[in-house]
Design a protein around this ligand. Structure first.
Ligand code: GDP
Length: 454
């Protein structure tokens, strides 16, 4: 396989930028562009060691100072010899060094090609490779934990256990069907039912984790709703941890929609601060109110803010109606003031109600816990390994459907052959999920989503 190279750090100026070279020729390509101050060659360097020196172009013009790190096959990310050149992170510097590396014999790496080689060299399976992507794009703590667990192979082991059990059952059935005269013990139908039910349950549990996992990964489009002066801006500022939208005592001053992503209990909330939901004669404000109501329609999650120091009014009731069945937490704000609000009505309407003071931050952790419950992430343990790509979900679902078919075949009294065919379908889908047996087309598709340099 040819030796490849790419800039592996972000395509933006930074303190340090790294050019990664991978393949059999990585060290010789490195030696052609890099000269260590000590005079040592990368060719003879041991793995996990680095040298300080300079990089030069083909004409011998010095391009930058550089630290060259050598990873010897198979103990590298890709499983091949790898040289990483850590240069100054200027884009022009990095592009010049990369050009020199190409001139020295490396070919440009395709999108995701480093990780693809890691997969092909057995350093990780397909689900683990996808976790690399998830780790890179993780925005919150929980998403990061889930990606790390995936990268460590927790998901792959869960899938592997289900698959191995089905394989075991399938092998037994096949042997019995193929050699009915031999001394193979009669198929125990109860045992078969129990094991199919166990595989089904395990897959269903895994599939349930997908939606919660997506919330952790992509965040939820969240609207902070409430009448003017309920404390929406103050709550948003509390969540954002700094002043973002203008807080004022004049009702109706949050006119535009300000967008922001904040983390609440590790969940990224894509927040749109909205104008208060209120019938108004003010033309400008009415536009804001319309946007607010539109936002409620498209929201995936609503924080419905009430002012505890005032009785419920028509604006509050209009908001309650507008929310519909969207996951929601009722945030009864201004808990530091004497209470006037009718909590019973709110409790009757919302299953999650928290009392907070957006001003002092009191009740923030209760809000975070209520949100996790409303978004079904509370029971999700990212360390358990969850499904996090649509591809994985589709494979798990296909496997589940095959198990259901096998169960149907069994209860309809069909032949063992029919059960075996369904079992094989389930096993094939699980093998595709982890990449154990997968078509090139699927592998191509997975890695096409990566960027160059990964
Ligand atoms: P919005 O119109 O819903 O965005 O409301 P604001 O966030 O602008 O808040 C309106 C007023 O209520 C401001 O004077 C805030 O300081 C005040 N406020 C917000 N939250 C609290 C709270 O928890 N306690 C008290 N006492 N005042 C609050």
């Amino acid at each position: 396989m040819k030796t490849i190279a790419a800039i592996s750090t972000a395509a933006a100026p930074g303190g340090i930028g790294i050019i990664r070279i991978s393949g059999e020729e990585a060290r010789s390509v490195g030696d052609r562009v890099f000269r260590a101050v000590s005079g040592e060659k990368l060719h003879t360097a041991a793995g996990y060691t680095c040298r300080f020196g300079h990089v030069f172009d083909a004409d011998g013009v010095r391009l930058d100072e550089c630290i060259a790190t050598v990873f010897a096959a198979p103990k590298s990310f890709t499983g091949e010899d790898v040289v990483e050149l850590s240069c100054h992170g200027g884009l022009f510097v990095l592009k010049s060094v990369l050009k020199a590396v190409f001139a020295a014999g490396a070919a440009p790496a395709a999108a995701g090609e480093f990780t693809r080689r890691a997969f092909l060299n057995g350093k990780m399976d397909l689900a683990q490779a996808e976790a690399v992507m998830e780790l890179i794009s993780a925005e919150g703590r929980e998403a990061m934990k889930a990606a790390q667990a995936g990268h460590d192979g927790v998901l792959s082991r869960r899938i592997g256990a289900i698959r191995d059990d089905l394989t075991d059952v399938g092998a037994h059935l096949a042997a019995w069907a193929d050699y009915p005269d031999d001394d193979i013990p009669q198929v125990d139908e109860e045992m078969l039912k129990t094991r199919l039910a166990a595989g089904r349950k395990a897959l269903e549990t895994l599939l349930e984790s997908f939606d919660g996992g997506r919330v952790l990964r992509e965040g939820v489009v969240t609207v902070i709703a409430g009448k003017p002066n309920a404390g929406k801006s103050t709550l948003m500022n509390l969540l954002a941890g700094c002043e973002r939208s203008i807080v004022t005592e004049l009702a109706g001053t949050t006119r535009d929609v300000v967008e922001e992503t904040v983390l609440l209990g590790g969940i990224p909330l894509r927040l749109a601060d909205t104008a208060g939901i209120r019938e108004t004669d003010d033309r400008v404000e009415r536009i804001g109110v319309r946007i607010a109501l539109d936002r409620l329609k498209t929201a995936q999650f609503v924080l419905a803010v009430f002012d505890a120091s005032e009785a419920l009014n028509d604006d509050d009731r209009a908001m309650m109606d507008a929310i519909g069945s969207t996951p929601c937490v009722a945030v009864v704000n201004k808990s530091d003031l004497p209470a006037q609000i009718d909590l019973q009505t709110i409790r009757a309407r919302f299953s999650e109600v928290v009392t907070i003071s957006a001003l002092s931050g009191d009740g923030l952790s209760a809000l975070s816990e209520a949100s996790s419950r409303a978004l079904h992430t509370a029971k999700l343990n990212p360390n358990d390994g969850i499904l996090y790509t649509e591809r994985q979900r589709a494979d798990a679902e296909a496997a589940l459907n095959c198990i259901k078919e096998a169960q149907d075949a069994l209860s309809l009294g069909m032949t063992w052959d029919a059960v075996t065919v369904s079992l094989e379908g389930a096993i094939a889908s699980l093998n595709e999920l982890t990449g154990e047996r997968v078509s090139d087309a699927v592998v191509d598709k997975v890695f096409s989503k990566f960027c160059v340099g990964k």
